[in-house]
Design a protein around this ligand. Sequence first.
Ligand SMILES: [Fe+2]
Ligand SMILES: [Fe+2]
Ligand SMILES: [Zn+2]
Length: 174
Amino acid sequence: MTKAKLWRCKICGDPYIGTNPPNRCPFCGAYERFIVEAKDFDSTFDVELTQKDKANAEHALQVEISNAQFYFCAAQKTDDEEGKQLFKALGKVEAEHAAIWRKILKLGKEAVPRSDECSIHNNDNLKESHEREEKAIEFYKKAAAESDHQRLREIFGALVLVELDHLGLSEERM
Ligand SMILES: [Fe+2]
Ligand SMILES: [Fe+2]
Ligand SMILES: [Zn+2]
C-alpha cells in the first residue's frame, strides 16, 4: 500500500490527502500542475493590488457569487438527476472561487446567499451555464492580461482553465 500524503492547491490553498495529487483540485478545480506537497507550499494570498487588479478581483468575486447562486439553485430545481449532480458540483467550485477572491480582497469568510433564479428545465440551465462560463473565461483571460502581478496572473490563468472544463461539461450535454 502506498502511503497517503498531504497536498495543497496553490490556487485555493486547500489541503488534500491522497497517495497522488488529484488531476483537478477537488475544491477549486485547478489543474494538477498547481497541486504541491503541503511541505513545499509557498503561495500567498497577501498580494498588493493595483487599482486595476482590485477592480478585477472585485468583479471576479461578483461573477463567482452570481454563478454559485445560479448553480445551487439549478442543483435544487433542474428536472434531471444527473443535471442536479452536475450543478451541485459546479456550485461548490464557484463558491470556492468566490472564497479565493475574498481572501485576495481580505474580506473574511462569508457563505454564498441562496437565490431562486434558475429554471426547472435542465436544457435552459445548461444553456445559461454555457453563457455564464463563456463570460467567466473571457473575463479571466482579460484580467490575466491586464495584471503585472505574477501571482494574480497565475490565479486568473488557472481559473481560465477551470472555467473551460465547465464550458465543456455543459457543451457535451446541450
Ligand atoms: Fe469560477
Ligand atoms: Fe465555472
Ligand atoms: Zn484548489
